[in-house]
Design a binder for this molecule. Sequence first.
Ligand code: NAI
Length: 675
Amino acid sequence: MSKHWQTYEDEQHILWLRFDRNDTSANIINMEVLDELDAIIGGLSASSSICGLVIESEKSAGFCSGADLHYINAQLAAQKDILDFIDKGREVFAKLADLPIPTLALISGTCMGGGLEMALACRYRIANADQKIHLGLPEVQLGIVPAWGGIQRLPRLIGAPQGLAMVLSGRAVSARRAKKIGLVDLLVPQRQLKRAAIQTILKHPPKHKRSVLQSFMEIKPMRMILASVMRKQVAKKVSREHYPSPYLMIDQWARYGSDNVKLQMASADDIKQLLAEGGTARNLLRIFLLREQLQAAGKQSDFKAKHVHVIGAGTMGGDIAVWCALQGLYVTLQDQTPESLCGAIKRAHKLYKKKLKDRAAIRDAMDCLIPDVAGDGVARADVIIEAVFEDVKVKQALFKQLEQRARPDAILATNTSSIPLGEINTVMQDPSRLLGIHFFNPVAKMLLVEIVCGDQTDQKQIQKANGFVHQIKRLPVNVKSCPGFLVNRLLMPYLLEAVRLLEEGNAARAIDKATTDFGMAMGPIELADRVGLDVCLAVANHLAPYFKHEQVPKELAQMVEKKQLGVKTGRGFYYYKHGHVCSKIEAVASAQASQLMAERLIFRIINEAAACIREGIVANGDLLDAAMIFGTGFAPFRGGPMHYIQSQGKQQIRTTFAALEKQFGERYQADPYFY
Ligand code: NAI
């Protein structure tokens, strides 16, 4: 008797196998699921009456989302050997692939990771044309490799160049694309799925085969050439030291090729090495689970906004409005003049064209974004977000008015980067209405949103804000109001230290490279340019009095005076054209100098992170790590600042602080947290 699989034999003696994991909303694979599938396949091998097998899903979420990461995490946490699970999956799917009868996967919705590996072990795949379908092997994004046969079967089916590109990027393809490249055999409307499956099983047409050219790519000399090209491409994005999994996949494929089953065995061995304690994969797995935790926090509120009003159509306000309209909300966008709204409308069109492609969908999204210079939307909106200049007086004047005009139940939020709510809400009749909904730049890319709670903020509004952020597909992290809140409080000393390094004569490129080598998504100098040097200066000025040993570098103020504000004016620390850095001259620093720069910069973040935990600005270290990774691109494979502290140990961190303090002064005094 199966808990997770239902079987049914039809009159043509086709066995229908319905996957319906009984304790989760999506189909995900754990050991029990594999054991049961193994038993069913074993029974089939012994049966002579069954003429074919169709695997389908009973879940609305889709076919199968892959291996159960909670199960893997629990096994690892209990120090249990994960190899049993890996081997079991590989063996069961091998048995499925070896069945002498035709087998078919009927795919609706999500078909990812282990789910696609199961489908690949079937002889045929038919996809539902009436549903949005994602097919992919995203294991690389978790720092591991597809070890249930996908690494071998995918390139063997659709050719190595396409197959390995999918595996190495982890990106999913749509059903239409999957049909084009031969990953699915048929794409049929929902109402014809069953008939198409039966016909395919009964007639068993020849299965898809890669082309002659694709087969040619499998011969050893071609494999060597392709592998070398792929290694170079991967190296442009990640280093072998920090992200070994794509390199291991290329190495093993170059060694064995997709026609050799040893490729599967090698991948299973690689997993053990990749999942070692403290390694990249363990940290990425933790980040994945943290992301789920943040999503779950957002789901706790059933608040749903229909109308959002955004005030200030600059870098942030414009992008917040554009993003909310893309999520189907009705958005009114207010600024001082009609001209100041133009930039946001242009950016909206560009983003919608990229994301939606379809003309009708682009038009619908554009229709949701309404220019509103008079601010008529204020009286009707469910959520009002202020994103005007970082000036407490301007913000106070605005909230004084908003409070009078907004609906009594509307969320009143500021997107301020640094001003504590207690400084803005002093002019309000009901200060409990004000909270912070703090987005990160660029809004369409950065998943994090800080929900800022002041001393007086109404908790019900905070709950609603969590629901709103979840509704617009961002990740909420709840923080207490303090200067800079959480992320900017950690970032500011880091950015100021970077400017100090510049003033000491180091090249901007060398400083940025030191931190990207550490694993940051972007160096601090470019980050400052992208945030806007005026915003950085305003935040720095605001935070400086709170940091004992901090002075705002003169260079920053001088650049703002000269209107060299970063990307938005085409010039900051770098020159920019169409949003990209122009100067390509590489600056080199010695390995030792580079390491010291990275240490100086990262330790500024770490000290502030420790202080925030000590002061209870955020509930725990996990949330702090998630905020820094999803809000700033802090090296994900290092697991976040608090995880870094944990991996180094307080003793080691204290020693490094002592050395830095001796050389660079009191700003490197280790926080009391470390004692
Ligand atoms: P910005 O200078 O690009 O845009 C500000 C906009 O507000 C301008 O279009 C201006 O015309 C408008 N404005 C000013 N006073 C107004 C009023 N009374 N009524 C209507 N519109 C008014 O500034 P940016 O960078 O968008 O920053 C806005 C806020 O978001 C600031 O509080 C900033 O600290 C915060 N923030 C900025 C981030 C960044 O990366 N730039 C990141 C996160 C928050």
